[in-house]
Design a binder for this molecule. Structure first.
Ligand SMILES: Cc1cc2nc3c(=O)[nH]c(=O)nc-3n(C[C@H](O)[C@H](O)[C@H](O)COP(=O)(O)OP(=O)(O)OC[C@H]3O[C@@H](n4cnc5c(N)ncnc54)[C@H](O)[C@@H]3O)c2cc1C
Length: 413
């Protein structure tokens, strides 16, 4: 019985012994999108779900995320999804049926700073559209903004929009809470189990092939972010996806940076800098630009150039005088999975029955994930979705129906 002991120790069959397990649905990827989707499939459909990840829970793009939650978009369905997500963050334990569920959500508020000109005009017009989509957002005066964030220099800012209900969360807590709640509903989570390929037969998906054997299911949701092509290429599906490298820095000054300070989006900067509080009294600073294209999300240069640190340090010092001489305390890089319109692809693949995709979040998928998991599950189960995801279909690129809003193609979308 040596092989049986080894089977138990590894949580799977020994090498060369391909066993097959059967589920109602398989979700590939244990990032925040996969976790939310698996939870909702179990909650809404009572399905027997298996989540499978090549590594550990929350080790992909979600682990690198700044986890900012804002409603400011110019594609109405993006705002509608975030409004839905915000309601879920606000009632996280109730929604997850788990009194201990915690997303680490801090409702700090969100301020957007626009310079005079094109951006200011588009932002003014866009606020009405967002309000119509259910967002709570309005213009505030510099004095009102300073009352919420006294460290700001607003001399070069023409319009300031404010979202009182927005803020930031904790990516790991959010993801692991979804999976804990999912497990309580019978979801099986397999880690260190790379999916090698999708299995299809007769025009439909029937499961996935892993190093530990095949997993069978009539429904497969792929939520593997920048790694999506590695799976879809194998079934001849041509998906438009670019990967780019983004750097996040944290700075500490003599002025402690309180956790309650609003998130700032600074549209006066060329790289659309944003910043928010992080633990340890530091400010966390990122960019909403295109980033550096990379061919492989697993082979990104982790080094951060002095020029970039100087650029970001200069920008943050300009916006907040106490940070003009701040110390760099941490840096990391993460991959964006970018589609041609910087919006995700969501939903079923007509050519492969049972296969559902969720990729291409283009650097703004964390905030969408709670609602995306809900609407993906509703759609897959044949329910009416809270937000219609038809516009996010894969076919929109070939049909020229790109999701582009008032700001053009980019991370504000
Ligand atoms: C630096 C940075 C900052 C960001 N800041 C924000 C922000 O402030 N707000 C916001 O809304 N969004 C933000 N985002 C974007 C957001 O974090 C992502 O859109 C979101 O986390 C994507 O989640 P995911 O579950 O789709 O992908 P991931 O978290 O990347 O998960 C994919 C998972 O798939 C697994 N996987 C890959 N291939 C396989 C395989 N073959 N078999 C099995 N498993 C596999 C990986 O191991 C991984 O765990 C940011 C992203 C980055 C990189």
């Amino acid at each position: 019985m040596w092989w049986y002991c080894r089977l138990l120790a590894r949580g799977g069959p020994p090498y060369g012994f391909a066993m097959s397990e059967t589920f109602d649905a398989i979700v590939i990827g244990a990032g925040v999108v996969g976790a939310s989707t698996a939870f909702h499939l179990a909650k809404l459909g009572g399905l027997k779900v298996c989540v499978v990840d090549r590594g550990q829970v929350c080790t992909g793009g979600t682990a690198k995320s700044c986890a900012i939650v804002r409603t400011h978009y110019s594609v109405p369905s993006n705002t509608a999804l975030t409004v839905r997500s915000l309601a879920m963050f606000d009632a996280f334990p109730d929604w997850l049926d788990d009194a201990e569920a915690d997303a680490g959500f801090v409702r700090s508020g969100y301020l957007i700073l626009a310079p005079e000109g094109d951006f200011a005009d588009r932002m003014r017009a866009n606020l009405a559209l967002q309000t119509g989509a259910g967002a709570e957002t309005f213009v505030v005066s510099p004095a009102e903004a300073l009352a919420r964030h006294p460290l700001l220099n607003l001399n070069d800012v023409a319009v300031i929009a404010y979202e009182p209900k927005s803020g930031y969360a904790d990516p790991y807590l959010t993801t692991s809470s979804f999976l804990r709640a999912a497990r309580a509903k019978g979801v099986v989570v397999k880690t260190n189990c790379p999916v090698q390929s999708l299995i299809t037969a007769g025009g439909r998906v029937t499961g996935v092939r892993t190093a530990d054997g095949d997993l069978q299911a009539p429904m497969v949701v792929s939520a593997v972010g920048p790694w999506t092509r590695a799976l879809t290429d194998g079934i001849g599906l041509d998906i438009p996806l670019e990967v780019s490298r983004h750097t996040v820095l944290t700075f500490k000054s003599t002025e402690p940076y309180g956790r309650e300070l609003p998130v700032i989006k600074d549209l006066t900067t060329a790289n659309k800098m944003y910043f928010r509080p992080a633990s340890g009294g530091v400010v966390l600073v990122g960019t909403g630009d295109h980033g550096d294209p990379v061919s492989d999300a697993d082979a990104m240069d982790e080094n951060v150039s002095d020029d970039f640190v100087l650029l970001q340090g200069g920008q943050i010092g300009h916006r907040m005088a106490p940070f003009a001489a701040a110390d760099l305390t941490a840096s990391w890089v993460g991959a964006y999975d970018i589609t041609p319109d910087w919006n995700p692809v969501l939903g079923p693949v007509p050519e492969v029955a049972g296969l559902h995709l969720a990729f291409g979040f283009s650097g703004h998928g964390f905030k969408l994930a709670p609602a995306v998991g809900l609407v993906l599950a509703q759609t897959a189960l044949g329910h009416t979705a809270d937000v219609d995801i038809t516009p996010y279909c894969l076919g929109r690129f070939a049909e020229g129906k790109l999701l582009v809003g008032a700001y053009g193609v980019g991370s504000i979308s």
